[in-house]
Each structure stands twice: as C-alpha cells, then as structure tokens.
Design a protein around this ligand. Structure first.
Ligand SMILES: [Fe+2]
Length: 206
C-alpha cells in the first residue's frame, strides 16, 4: 500500500456546531453491519471501543463522554475492510455527513499519524492511537495462552512485544510512539489493557 496515498491532507474535521452529537448504538451497529463482514475486525473495534469507554470512566468522565469515547473506538476502522486504500477517509466523510461530534471524527482521523498525517492532539486522539495496536497484541497473546487472560501479566505481554515474530502485523513502532505521545508508561498501559480487555472476551468469544 502506498503510504502517501493515505494522507488526509487536512487538519480540521467535522463542524464545531455538532459538538456532543453522536450516533445511537443501533445506528453505529447498523453502519458496521453494512460496511464490515470480517468478524475479527468487528471484535477488534469492539475491544478498542471497550477500552476507550473504560479509560474515560477511569478518568472520571460522565456517561455521555464515555459513550463518545466508545463510539470513536467502535468506528475507527469501519472502512478498512471494504476500502483499504481510502481508510480512514470514508468513515470520516460519513460521520461528517451525519453531523457527528467533531472530537470523535478527529480521534479517528489521527489514530495513525504516520499513515493519515494527522497529529493526535486531544486525550481522546492519543488514547485511540494507544489502544489500537496494543489491544491487538494483547488479544493475540490471549488466544495463544491456554488460560486466556487468566494470570496474564505485564511481563508476559512485554516479552511478546519484544518478540517481533509474534503477531508480526502489530506495529511495535506505533505502540511506543503512541505511549510516548500519551505520556503514559508502557507498563501502565499494558496493565490497563490486560485488566479491562478480558471483559470483552466472554462477550465475543463464547
Ligand atoms: Fe484499529
């Protein structure tokens, strides 16, 4: 894939007058069902959404904000399967057309600065970037452990992180870049993902 072709070449997303506007959960799920067939991709987006909501809760945000964080996670890769060459331009345009909160759209636009050329600025931007790849690595690790998330610890995850052949598609470079931008230690971030991501396992893997 040609990286330069994925650059969004813009830095403003959505309309400030739409602040606080969201898609309902039904609307978001319908959009995902229309756009995404790959169940693994759906699981990935749900896991990231769950982590985003949990992080917003951990930071003391109210339920409306937790849901906005959730939505950014849930929709961030919605156009990846059908239109990989236009990822994430199409989901951005769709959410702009539907007059969704600009903060949600911006977070999606900045979840891969190297690819889309948009710098993560807000806390929501930075955490979506953090959780995207880290969630995938921890998920892959849980699948190879007979006991799944039970007894999983930070040390074990870091070992997999160092082993470049493990879940090789997960960008280690993006993980450390994202952690640095968020100003949170990798240990702390891994711990957060390990304790919260297991909640989604029962939901999506039974
Ligand atoms: Fe993703």
């Amino acid at each position: 894939m040609n990286l330069s072709s994925m650059k969004l070449n813009r830095d403003h997303f959505g309309d400030p007058k739409n602040k606080g506007r969201i898609l309902s959960e039904d609307e978001a799920v319908k959009l995902l069902n229309d756009w995404v067939k790959n169940e693994k991709l759906i699981v990935h987006m749900k896991q990231v959404a769950h982590l985003m909501a949990k992080y917003a809760e951990y930071k003391g945000m109210d339920q409306a904000d937790q849901y906005r964080w959730y939505l950014a996670g849930l929709l961030h890769d919605a156009d990846w399967e059908k239109w990989p060459e236009s990822h994430c331009r199409l989901i951005i345009e769709e959410l702009e057309a539907r007059e969704v909160d600009p903060e949600i759209i911006r977070a999606i636009a900045s979840h891969g600065p190297k690819y889309f050329g948009v710098e993560p600025k807000t806390e929501m931007d930075k955490m979506l970037y953090v959780f995207d790849e880290l969630s995938g690595l921890v998920h892959a690790y849980s699948l190879m452990r007979p006991e799944g998330y039970v007894g999983m610890n930070v040390k074990g995850v870091k070992k997999r992180l160092k082993d470049k052949s493990f879940a090789a598609q997960v960008s280690r470079e993006d993980i450390s870049d994202a952690a640095e931008r968020a100003g949170i230690s990798l240990d702390e971030l891994i711990h957060f993902v390990v304790i919260h991501q297991k909640d989604t396992r029962d939901q999506f893997f039974s």
